[in-house]
Design a protein around this ligand. Structure first.
Ligand SMILES: CC(C)(COP(=O)(O)OP(=O)(O)OC[C@H]1O[C@@H](n2cnc3c(N)ncnc32)[C@H](O)[C@@H]1OP(=O)(O)O)[C@@H](O)C(=O)NCCC(=O)NCCSC(=O)CCCC(=O)O
Length: 339
């Protein structure tokens, strides 16, 4: 997401955007969530029913529309990547699964018009199949993406890092719950209140529970690392592995680049936008079930920052890895703390 110096950008650098949650939920209520029974079949994930449900215009040509548009008023990168992967996946056979994608965001997406996705069937090999997708608006590419698909091929070579030990999602608060707590502080400045209420009004189709709750107006420098539980809102269900990869592509860009800003509480992002996004899918997973997103930034410099992430299934299996570089132009914070 692009950040402009509007006085509230600290809200999104360090934490994660919520949608209006209404009332707070108990851990017991939380633990029974995401069962088809609880949703009575009508609370389907809007990510799947709307954002990733592309309209077919012609052979290998699709149109995607938007659900949530960030405050920056440029399209959310995760949406464009997720839709590009949906378009690519439509042209490969059912026994092939996305194992990686590599994208460049070459122009800001315009939220006022839909996006066209043009798929080029670059190669169909015996084991691997490659697709190139161009996302187009106003006749020009906004994203170029290569996605590669692979047949399931078992191997005795198997290893992965170990998932960090963190509290389970049932023991943590959602971003909305945290915002309600901040809003209840009696000495909160009016400007801060407005910023927090704006965040609550967002209709982001994913849910987030930070492991280390963020300071919305942060004061202390922190290591460029963050951990949060994340899942698509609503029910998607088992089955379509390809679809869960597309949802994960959407989710993985969320609050990712902000990791690089954590060591710099005295600077605010004046302009930030992701330049590229890469993903590798390792194992099957359900994107409507809690996954731990472990994000870190090994480097920042020259007005850019690099972030890397791992998406863990809650049973400790590494589901996917992600990588992104973004442009980060900052200015010193001059205002005193609002809390
Ligand atoms: C990255 C750019 C902007 C690069 O294009 P460009 O023509 O080279 O543009 P630019 O020269 O960088 O200008 C952009 C802007 O930066 C300004 N600028 C330029 N140089 C400086 C400087 N030294 N100091 C301060 N400001 C500078 C320019 O004046 C431009 O500002 P402006 O847009 O005119 O207000 C472009 O390719 C682009 O817009 N690509 C698309 C990026 C994108 O939309 N990514 C996906 C959305 S970001 C996202 O979704 C991440 C969400 C993360 C989260 O939620 O945490």
């Amino acid at each position: 997401m692009e950040e402009k110096g509007d006085g509230s950008s600290g809200l999104t650098n360090n934490c994660d955007l919520p949608e209006d949650s209404g009332s707070l939920k108990s851990p017991d209520e939380e633990s029974s969530e995401n069962s088809a029974a609880q949703y009575n079949g009508d609370l389907k994930s809007v990510l799947v029913t709307s954002v990733l449900n592309l309209e077919e215009l012609d052979v290998d040509l699709y149109r995607g529309t938007h659900h949530w548009v960030p405050r920056s008023q440029r399209l959310f990168g995760g949406q464009i990547v997720g839709q590009a992967l949906v378009a690519a996946a439509k042209s490969v056979s059912d026994n092939l699964y996305a194992h990686s994608l590599h994208c460049y965001f070459v122009r800001a997406g315009d939220p006022k018009v839909p996006v066209l996705y043009q798929v080029d069937r670059t190669r169909d090999g015996r084991s691997f199949t490659v697709r190139s997708v161009k996302a187009i608006q106003h006749g020009q590419p906004i994203l170029i993406c290569q996605a590669s698909f692979h047949k399931l091929q078992p191997s005795p070579l198997q290893h992965q890092f170990t998932m960090p030990v963190v509290p389970p999602p049932e023991d943590l608060l959602t971003v909305e719950e945290l915002i309600h707590i901040y809003l209840s502080k009696p000495d909160l400045a009016e400007k801060s209140k407005q910023g927090l209420n704006k965040l609550l009004a967002n209709e982001v189709p994913i849910e987030i529970k930070p492991v280390h709750p963020p300071h919305f107006y942060r004061l202390a420098a922190a290591d460029p690392k963050k951990l949060f539980w994340v899942r698509a809102r609503g029910y998607i269900g088992e089955g379509n592995i390809k679809l869960h990869c597309c949802v994960a592509a959407y989710v993985s860009d969320f609050a990712f680049l902000g990791t690089a800003l954590l060591p710099y509480p005295n600077y605010r992002a004046q302009f930030s936008a992701s330049l590229d996004h890469a993903m590798w899918f390792h194992n099957t997973f359900r994107s409507d079930e809690w996954m731990l997103y472990e994000c870190e930034s090994p480097w920042a410099g020259g007005s850019r920052g690099l972030v890397q992430g791992r998406l863990w299934r809650r049973d400790g299996v590494l589901a996917a890895s992600c990588s992104q570089e973004g442009v980060l132009r900052v200015k010193p914070v001059t205002e005193p703390s609002k809390l």
